[in-house]
Design a protein around this ligand. Structure first.
Ligand code: BV8
Length: 229
């Protein structure tokens, strides 16, 4: 039974990390054009780094919740047959013990040089003048995928989607592409699809089955069903 699981901000909400589009979401407090696009970075790098410094500190202080733990259990039991693709830039899946995780939108704990593409573990806080340890340019940025930038490891993700028996989408509004299109990719290849989300998302009707509720309740319930199979 090969399972591809897509997660979004909703799975980390009960760990205290903000979502983006809920009423007090991040995009209601920070205009995404200013802090999550290359144009925003070019215009005011200090503001972008400030935004990510705050989120990095918050994520570092957060603990994985019962939903992250349940997925790590499933991955351990269905050894080698579970792939977690997360849109989240926190490391809570790994903190819960998951080992096979693709961060398609990058990670807060990663640093990237905007000039030479060198990558290294992110310092706690970044400032515009921080030199790249490789080329020395003052071009340190968070290793996250902004709007208009190509998400990471897309071919691996699409390959896994095509070979899966089940695609599960957890805690995502289905607003951001290409992740929002994965359910259609899967369905087009005859893969069964399930959505676990607090409320119906933009794409709920595209799923074979959609369950509503908080991730810390409905994800462990679903994992228990899978482990009883
Ligand atoms: C790209 C940065 C092209 C890191 C983010 C069609 C095809 C391709 C692209 C596009 C397209 N149409 C439009 C585009 C452009 C754009 C896009 O999708 N725009 C949208 C707004 C229309 N896409 C892109 O630009 C992507 N790039 O396609 O490049 C390309 C091609 C060739 C060459 C070069 C480039 C890049 C997208 C990535 C952007 N970066 N973030 C960061 O700061 O985090 S996106 C941002 O949104 C986050 O990464 C986040 O992960 C992502 C999705 O948000 P969600 O995780 O879903 O969070 P949200 O708040 O929306 O929803 C939370 C859900 O949880 C809700 O449903 C809620 O009900 C639920 N929930 C809440 N509490 C709980 C819960 N569920 C369970 N339990 C709870 N307790």
């Amino acid at each position: 039974m090969r399972v591809v699981i897509l997660t979004g901000a909703g799975i980390s909400a009960e760990s205290g990390l903000g979502t983006f589009r809920d009423e007090d979401g991040l995009w209601t407090r920070y205009p995404l054009e200013e802090v999550a696009t290359p144009q925003g970075w070019a215009r005011d790098p200090a503001r972008v780094l400030e935004f990510y410094n705050a989120r990095r500190a918050q994520a570092a202080a957060a603990r994985p919740n019962a939903a992250h733990a349940a997925l790590a259990r499933l991955e351990a039991r269905l050894d080698g047959q579970v792939l977690i693709v997360t849109q989240n830039v926190d490391a809570l899946h790994e903190a819960a013990g998951a080992r096979n995780v693709i961060h398609m939108h990058g990670r807060l704990d990663g640093a990237l040089c905007a000039i030479c593409d060198h990558r290294w573990p992110a310092p706690g806080t970044m400032a515009p003048a921080d030199p790249c340890p490789s080329c020395g340019a003052p071009a340190t940025r968070p290793d996250v995928v902004w709007f208009g930038e190509m998400p990471y490891r897309m071919d691996e993700i699409l390959m896994a989607l095509g070979q899966a028996d089940l695609f599960v989408s957890i805690g995502t509004s289905g607003e951001v592409y290409p992740a929002a299109g994965f359910v259609e990719e899967a369905a087009a290849q005859g893969v069964r699809t399930l959505e676990l989300n607090l409320e119906a998302s933009r794409g709920s009707r595209l799923f074979d089955e959609a369950r509503q509720g908080p991730a810390t309740r409905i994800v462990p319930e679903w994992v228990a069903e899978m482990l009883a199979l």
